[in-house]
Design a binder for this molecule. Structure first.
Ligand code: ZN
Length: 365
Protein backbone atom coordinates (compact mmCIF):
# COMPACT_ATOMS: atom_id res chain seq x y z
CA UNK A 1 0.00 0.00 0.00
CA UNK A 2 2.94 2.35 0.70
CA UNK A 3 4.10 1.92 -2.90
CA UNK A 4 0.62 2.86 -4.17
CA UNK A 5 0.54 5.86 -1.84
CA UNK A 6 3.59 7.32 -3.59
CA UNK A 7 1.76 7.24 -6.94
CA UNK A 8 -0.52 10.06 -7.84
CA UNK A 9 -3.81 8.16 -7.91
CA UNK A 10 -7.26 9.75 -7.99
CA UNK A 11 -9.84 8.96 -5.33
CA UNK A 12 -11.65 6.69 -7.79
CA UNK A 13 -8.39 4.81 -8.49
CA UNK A 14 -7.67 4.36 -4.79
CA UNK A 15 -11.23 3.16 -4.20
CA UNK A 16 -10.84 0.61 -6.99
CA UNK A 17 -7.57 -0.71 -5.53
CA UNK A 18 -9.10 -1.05 -2.08
CA UNK A 19 -12.24 -2.82 -3.22
CA UNK A 20 -10.60 -5.15 -5.73
CA UNK A 21 -7.22 -5.92 -4.17
CA UNK A 22 -7.08 -5.23 -0.43
CA UNK A 23 -10.58 -6.42 0.34
CA UNK A 24 -10.15 -9.58 -1.72
CA UNK A 25 -6.92 -10.46 0.10
CA UNK A 26 -8.50 -9.78 3.47
CA UNK A 27 -11.64 -11.78 2.74
CA UNK A 28 -9.35 -14.67 1.77
CA UNK A 29 -7.70 -14.49 5.20
CA UNK A 30 -11.10 -14.13 6.86
CA UNK A 31 -12.14 -17.38 5.20
CA UNK A 32 -9.19 -19.16 6.78
CA UNK A 33 -9.22 -17.58 10.23
CA UNK A 34 -11.54 -15.48 12.30
CA UNK A 35 -9.22 -12.51 12.57
CA UNK A 36 -8.87 -10.68 15.88
CA UNK A 37 -10.83 -7.42 16.02
CA UNK A 38 -7.58 -5.47 16.49
CA UNK A 39 -6.22 -6.76 13.16
CA UNK A 40 -9.43 -5.86 11.35
CA UNK A 41 -9.46 -2.38 12.88
CA UNK A 42 -5.85 -1.90 11.78
CA UNK A 43 -6.62 -3.03 8.19
CA UNK A 44 -9.65 -0.73 8.02
CA UNK A 45 -7.60 2.16 9.43
CA UNK A 46 -4.95 1.65 6.73
CA UNK A 47 -7.59 1.48 3.99
CA UNK A 48 -9.26 4.69 5.25
CA UNK A 49 -5.92 6.52 5.37
CA UNK A 50 -5.08 5.39 1.84
CA UNK A 51 -8.53 6.27 0.52
CA UNK A 52 -8.77 9.78 1.95
CA UNK A 53 -5.17 10.89 2.32
CA UNK A 54 -3.34 8.65 -0.18
CA UNK A 55 -1.03 7.68 2.68
CA UNK A 56 -0.69 4.89 5.21
CA UNK A 57 -0.29 7.24 8.14
CA UNK A 58 -3.64 8.63 9.17
CA UNK A 59 -7.16 9.08 7.86
CA UNK A 60 -7.44 12.57 9.31
CA UNK A 61 -9.78 14.62 7.18
CA UNK A 62 -11.94 11.61 6.23
CA UNK A 63 -15.16 13.09 4.91
CA UNK A 64 -17.35 10.04 5.50
CA UNK A 65 -16.81 7.42 8.23
CA UNK A 66 -15.68 3.91 7.27
CA UNK A 67 -18.89 2.17 8.32
CA UNK A 68 -20.97 4.50 6.12
CA UNK A 69 -18.66 3.78 3.16
CA UNK A 70 -19.48 0.11 3.64
CA UNK A 71 -23.17 0.65 2.93
CA UNK A 72 -24.24 -0.32 -0.59
CA UNK A 73 -24.40 2.50 -3.14
CA UNK A 74 -28.24 2.36 -3.08
CA UNK A 75 -28.01 3.23 0.62
CA UNK A 76 -25.64 6.15 0.09
CA UNK A 77 -22.30 4.35 0.68
CA UNK A 78 -19.59 3.18 -1.70
CA UNK A 79 -20.32 -0.54 -1.49
CA UNK A 80 -17.09 -1.53 0.31
CA UNK A 81 -17.18 -4.64 2.50
CA UNK A 82 -17.20 -4.19 6.26
CA UNK A 83 -14.50 -6.66 7.28
CA UNK A 84 -15.95 -6.74 10.79
CA UNK A 85 -19.24 -8.11 9.42
CA UNK A 86 -17.52 -10.26 6.82
CA UNK A 87 -15.24 -11.80 9.42
CA UNK A 88 -18.17 -12.77 11.60
CA UNK A 89 -19.81 -14.87 8.90
CA UNK A 90 -16.93 -16.81 7.35
CA UNK A 91 -16.48 -20.40 8.55
CA UNK A 92 -12.86 -20.92 9.63
CA UNK A 93 -11.06 -24.07 8.62
CA UNK A 94 -8.81 -23.92 11.67
CA UNK A 95 -11.20 -25.65 14.04
CA UNK A 96 -8.80 -25.84 16.97
CA UNK A 97 -8.59 -22.10 17.39
CA UNK A 98 -11.51 -21.01 15.25
CA UNK A 99 -13.78 -23.56 16.90
CA UNK A 100 -13.66 -21.62 20.14
CA UNK A 101 -14.55 -18.46 18.28
CA UNK A 102 -17.34 -20.28 16.48
CA UNK A 103 -18.97 -21.10 19.80
CA UNK A 104 -19.38 -17.37 20.38
CA UNK A 105 -21.15 -17.06 17.04
CA UNK A 106 -23.74 -19.70 17.82
CA UNK A 107 -26.32 -17.25 19.16
CA UNK A 108 -25.99 -15.11 16.04
CA UNK A 109 -26.18 -18.12 13.71
CA UNK A 110 -29.17 -19.67 15.54
CA UNK A 111 -31.38 -16.78 14.51
CA UNK A 112 -30.69 -17.58 10.86
CA UNK A 113 -31.62 -21.27 11.08
CA UNK A 114 -35.16 -22.56 10.57
CA UNK A 115 -36.29 -26.14 11.26
CA UNK A 116 -38.95 -27.62 8.98
CA UNK A 117 -40.95 -30.33 10.77
CA UNK A 118 -41.02 -33.80 9.24
CA UNK A 119 -41.43 -36.68 11.70
CA UNK A 120 -40.33 -34.43 14.58
CA UNK A 121 -37.55 -36.77 15.76
CA UNK A 122 -34.64 -34.31 15.35
CA UNK A 123 -36.24 -31.04 16.46
CA UNK A 124 -36.24 -29.83 20.06
CA UNK A 125 -39.81 -28.81 20.91
CA UNK A 126 -38.91 -25.84 23.11
CA UNK A 127 -35.54 -24.66 21.86
CA UNK A 128 -35.41 -24.98 18.06
CA UNK A 129 -36.78 -22.47 15.59
CA UNK A 130 -39.63 -24.46 14.01
CA UNK A 131 -42.75 -22.62 15.27
CA UNK A 132 -44.01 -19.49 13.39
CA UNK A 133 -43.33 -17.47 16.60
CA UNK A 134 -39.68 -18.63 16.79
CA UNK A 135 -38.00 -20.69 19.56
CA UNK A 136 -40.77 -21.19 22.14
CA UNK A 137 -38.78 -20.93 25.37
CA UNK A 138 -37.12 -17.76 24.13
CA UNK A 139 -40.40 -16.12 23.21
CA UNK A 140 -42.78 -17.42 25.87
CA UNK A 141 -40.48 -18.11 28.86
CA UNK A 142 -39.53 -21.29 30.72
CA UNK A 143 -42.91 -21.39 32.48
CA UNK A 144 -44.63 -22.92 29.44
CA UNK A 145 -42.42 -26.02 29.73
CA UNK A 146 -43.75 -26.60 33.23
CA UNK A 147 -47.33 -25.88 32.17
CA UNK A 148 -47.14 -28.32 29.28
CA UNK A 149 -46.02 -31.35 31.29
CA UNK A 150 -43.33 -32.23 28.67
CA UNK A 151 -39.65 -32.28 29.57
CA UNK A 152 -37.46 -29.34 28.59
CA UNK A 153 -35.47 -31.65 26.26
CA UNK A 154 -38.60 -33.08 24.58
CA UNK A 155 -38.44 -33.57 20.80
CA UNK A 156 -41.17 -32.26 18.53
CA UNK A 157 -42.45 -35.80 17.92
CA UNK A 158 -44.32 -35.69 21.28
CA UNK A 159 -46.86 -33.36 19.66
CA UNK A 160 -46.86 -35.01 16.23
CA UNK A 161 -49.65 -37.36 15.27
CA UNK A 162 -49.00 -38.55 11.73
CA UNK A 163 -49.52 -35.52 9.48
CA UNK A 164 -51.31 -33.53 12.18
CA UNK A 165 -50.53 -31.96 15.53
CA UNK A 166 -51.58 -33.39 18.85
CA UNK A 167 -53.23 -30.61 20.78
CA UNK A 168 -53.19 -31.59 24.44
CA UNK A 169 -55.94 -29.80 26.46
CA UNK A 170 -54.48 -26.88 28.40
CA UNK A 171 -55.51 -23.99 30.63
CA UNK A 172 -52.39 -21.98 29.84
CA UNK A 173 -53.28 -19.01 27.59
CA UNK A 174 -49.73 -19.05 26.18
CA UNK A 175 -49.88 -22.72 25.22
CA UNK A 176 -53.25 -22.04 23.60
CA UNK A 177 -51.68 -19.20 21.59
CA UNK A 178 -48.91 -21.56 20.50
CA UNK A 179 -51.45 -24.15 19.37
CA UNK A 180 -53.67 -21.61 17.57
CA UNK A 181 -50.69 -20.18 15.68
CA UNK A 182 -50.13 -23.63 14.18
CA UNK A 183 -53.66 -23.92 12.72
CA UNK A 184 -53.71 -23.96 8.92
CA UNK A 185 -50.12 -22.81 8.68
CA UNK A 186 -47.81 -25.67 9.12
CA UNK A 187 -48.13 -29.42 9.38
CA UNK A 188 -45.63 -32.15 10.16
CA UNK A 189 -44.93 -34.72 7.46
CA UNK A 190 -44.77 -38.15 8.96
CA UNK A 191 -42.81 -39.71 6.09
CA UNK A 192 -40.13 -37.04 5.86
CA UNK A 193 -37.12 -36.37 8.03
CA UNK A 194 -36.91 -33.00 9.78
CA UNK A 195 -34.89 -30.52 7.74
CA UNK A 196 -32.90 -27.41 8.54
CA UNK A 197 -32.73 -24.38 6.24
CA UNK A 198 -30.47 -21.32 6.19
CA UNK A 199 -32.88 -18.36 6.16
CA UNK A 200 -30.75 -15.74 4.35
CA UNK A 201 -30.21 -17.80 1.18
CA UNK A 202 -32.81 -18.31 -1.53
CA UNK A 203 -31.24 -21.74 -2.12
CA UNK A 204 -31.69 -22.30 1.63
CA UNK A 205 -28.13 -23.52 2.02
CA UNK A 206 -25.28 -21.45 3.45
CA UNK A 207 -23.65 -18.87 1.21
CA UNK A 208 -21.31 -16.21 2.54
CA UNK A 209 -22.54 -13.43 0.25
CA UNK A 210 -26.24 -13.75 1.15
CA UNK A 211 -25.41 -14.09 4.83
CA UNK A 212 -23.33 -10.93 4.72
CA UNK A 213 -26.23 -9.01 3.18
CA UNK A 214 -28.53 -10.33 5.86
CA UNK A 215 -26.26 -9.65 8.81
CA UNK A 216 -25.13 -6.13 8.03
CA UNK A 217 -27.48 -3.46 9.29
CA UNK A 218 -29.71 -2.24 6.49
CA UNK A 219 -30.08 1.47 5.82
CA UNK A 220 -32.93 2.94 3.86
CA UNK A 221 -32.27 3.37 0.15
CA UNK A 222 -31.38 6.80 -1.09
CA UNK A 223 -33.44 8.06 -4.06
CA UNK A 224 -30.41 9.51 -5.88
CA UNK A 225 -28.01 6.56 -6.18
CA UNK A 226 -28.75 6.03 -9.89
CA UNK A 227 -28.10 9.68 -10.58
CA UNK A 228 -24.55 9.39 -9.24
CA UNK A 229 -23.60 5.75 -9.83
CA UNK A 230 -24.28 4.30 -13.29
CA UNK A 231 -22.39 2.25 -15.82
CA UNK A 232 -20.95 5.14 -17.85
CA UNK A 233 -20.20 7.42 -14.92
CA UNK A 234 -17.02 9.47 -14.84
CA UNK A 235 -15.68 8.37 -11.43
CA UNK A 236 -14.11 11.71 -10.42
CA UNK A 237 -17.36 13.55 -11.28
CA UNK A 238 -19.54 11.01 -9.45
CA UNK A 239 -17.31 11.22 -6.40
CA UNK A 240 -17.73 15.00 -6.07
CA UNK A 241 -21.52 14.75 -6.62
CA UNK A 242 -21.70 11.99 -4.01
CA UNK A 243 -19.87 14.17 -1.46
CA UNK A 244 -21.98 17.21 -2.39
CA UNK A 245 -25.24 15.31 -1.93
CA UNK A 246 -24.07 13.95 1.44
CA UNK A 247 -22.98 17.53 2.32
CA UNK A 248 -19.44 16.33 3.03
CA UNK A 249 -17.49 18.69 0.77
CA UNK A 250 -15.14 20.94 2.70
CA UNK A 251 -17.08 24.12 1.99
CA UNK A 252 -16.14 27.32 3.79
CA UNK A 253 -19.35 27.13 5.85
CA UNK A 254 -18.23 23.70 7.11
CA UNK A 255 -14.70 24.95 7.79
CA UNK A 256 -16.19 27.85 9.79
CA UNK A 257 -17.64 25.34 12.25
CA UNK A 258 -14.15 24.51 13.52
CA UNK A 259 -12.41 27.79 12.58
CA UNK A 260 -14.93 30.54 13.47
CA UNK A 261 -12.70 33.36 12.16
CA UNK A 262 -12.66 32.12 8.58
CA UNK A 263 -14.33 34.29 5.91
CA UNK A 264 -17.02 32.00 4.46
CA UNK A 265 -18.10 34.26 1.59
CA UNK A 266 -18.64 32.43 -1.71
CA UNK A 267 -15.75 33.10 -4.13
CA UNK A 268 -17.94 32.55 -7.18
CA UNK A 269 -20.37 35.44 -6.52
CA UNK A 270 -18.89 37.19 -3.46
CA UNK A 271 -22.37 37.19 -2.03
CA UNK A 272 -23.54 34.66 0.53
CA UNK A 273 -22.11 32.00 2.84
CA UNK A 274 -20.50 29.12 0.95
CA UNK A 275 -22.72 26.14 1.80
CA UNK A 276 -23.49 23.25 -0.56
CA UNK A 277 -26.97 24.73 -1.04
CA UNK A 278 -25.47 28.06 -2.04
CA UNK A 279 -22.58 26.80 -4.12
CA UNK A 280 -24.59 24.42 -6.28
CA UNK A 281 -27.94 26.16 -6.34
CA UNK A 282 -28.40 29.69 -5.01
CA UNK A 283 -25.13 31.11 -6.28
CA UNK A 284 -25.54 33.26 -9.41
CA UNK A 285 -22.63 31.35 -10.97
CA UNK A 286 -24.32 27.97 -10.42
CA UNK A 287 -27.68 29.41 -11.55
CA UNK A 288 -26.16 30.45 -14.87
CA UNK A 289 -24.71 26.97 -15.39
CA UNK A 290 -28.02 25.26 -14.53
CA UNK A 291 -29.99 27.65 -16.76
CA UNK A 292 -27.80 26.84 -19.74
CA UNK A 293 -28.10 23.10 -19.04
CA UNK A 294 -31.89 23.40 -18.54
CA UNK A 295 -32.15 24.93 -22.00
CA UNK A 296 -30.49 21.82 -23.45
CA UNK A 297 -32.32 19.20 -21.36
CA UNK A 298 -35.50 18.58 -19.40
CA UNK A 299 -34.06 19.62 -16.02
CA UNK A 300 -36.58 22.13 -14.58
CA UNK A 301 -35.71 25.11 -12.43
CA UNK A 302 -36.59 24.13 -8.85
CA UNK A 303 -36.57 25.77 -5.40
CA UNK A 304 -33.60 24.16 -3.70
CA UNK A 305 -30.55 21.94 -4.16
CA UNK A 306 -32.31 19.14 -2.28
CA UNK A 307 -35.34 19.36 -4.56
CA UNK A 308 -33.09 19.33 -7.60
CA UNK A 309 -31.29 16.19 -6.36
CA UNK A 310 -34.62 14.51 -5.53
CA UNK A 311 -36.15 15.42 -8.89
CA UNK A 312 -33.11 14.20 -10.78
CA UNK A 313 -32.93 11.02 -8.70
CA UNK A 314 -36.58 10.20 -9.35
CA UNK A 315 -36.96 11.29 -12.96
CA UNK A 316 -33.56 10.67 -14.50
CA UNK A 317 -32.92 7.06 -13.55
CA UNK A 318 -33.25 5.12 -16.78
CA UNK A 319 -30.37 3.70 -18.80
CA UNK A 320 -31.40 5.27 -22.12
CA UNK A 321 -28.73 7.16 -24.01
CA UNK A 322 -30.58 10.46 -23.53
CA UNK A 323 -30.92 10.05 -19.76
CA UNK A 324 -27.33 8.84 -19.46
CA UNK A 325 -26.19 12.01 -21.24
CA UNK A 326 -28.23 14.17 -18.85
CA UNK A 327 -26.73 12.36 -15.86
CA UNK A 328 -23.21 12.79 -17.24
CA UNK A 329 -23.88 16.49 -17.84
CA UNK A 330 -25.35 17.01 -14.38
CA UNK A 331 -22.46 15.30 -12.57
CA UNK A 332 -19.96 17.16 -14.74
CA UNK A 333 -21.65 20.49 -13.91
CA UNK A 334 -21.42 19.81 -10.16
CA UNK A 335 -17.77 18.82 -10.61
CA UNK A 336 -16.83 21.89 -12.66
CA UNK A 337 -18.56 24.31 -10.28
CA UNK A 338 -16.53 22.75 -7.44
CA UNK A 339 -13.32 22.87 -9.51
CA UNK A 340 -13.94 26.53 -10.37
CA UNK A 341 -14.37 27.31 -6.68
CA UNK A 342 -11.07 25.48 -5.91
CA UNK A 343 -9.21 27.20 -8.76
CA UNK A 344 -10.32 30.64 -7.56
CA UNK A 345 -9.28 29.90 -3.96
CA UNK A 346 -6.01 28.07 -4.57
CA UNK A 347 -4.74 29.33 -7.96
CA UNK A 348 -6.58 32.66 -8.38
CA UNK A 349 -7.62 31.56 -11.87
CA UNK A 350 -11.12 32.52 -13.04
CA UNK A 351 -13.32 30.86 -15.64
CA UNK A 352 -16.68 32.23 -16.78
CA UNK A 353 -19.99 30.34 -16.39
CA UNK A 354 -19.94 29.82 -20.17
CA UNK A 355 -16.59 28.03 -19.93
CA UNK A 356 -17.83 25.82 -17.07
CA UNK A 357 -21.00 24.96 -19.01
CA UNK A 358 -18.96 24.14 -22.10
CA UNK A 359 -16.69 21.86 -20.11
CA UNK A 360 -19.74 20.12 -18.59
CA UNK A 361 -21.27 19.40 -21.99
CA UNK A 362 -18.17 18.91 -24.11
CA UNK A 363 -16.82 15.97 -22.10
CA UNK A 364 -19.97 13.94 -22.68
CA UNK A 365 -19.95 14.23 -26.46
ZN1 ZN B 1 -21.97 32.25 -4.76
Amino acid sequence: MSSWASKNLSFAGRLQLISSVIQEITTFWCSTFILPKKVIKEVEKLCAAFLWQSSTESARGAKVNWLSLCHPKQEGGLGLKSLMHWNSIRVPSDASWGGRKLLNLRQQARKLIKHIPGDGKDIYLWHDNWHPSGPLVENFGARIVQDSGFSSQAKLEVVVNGNFWKRPPTHSPQLLDIQIALCDRLYPKKRDKDTVIWIPSTSRTYTTGRTWHWIKSKQSKVPWHRLVWFSRQIPKHSFISWLAILDRLTTKARQKKWSPNIDDTCVLCNNGSETVEHLFFKCTYAKCVWKSLSAMSEIPYLDSWQQLVLWMGKRIRRKSLYQTLIKLMWNAAVYHVWMERNRRIHQHVYKTTGESTNMSTRQQM
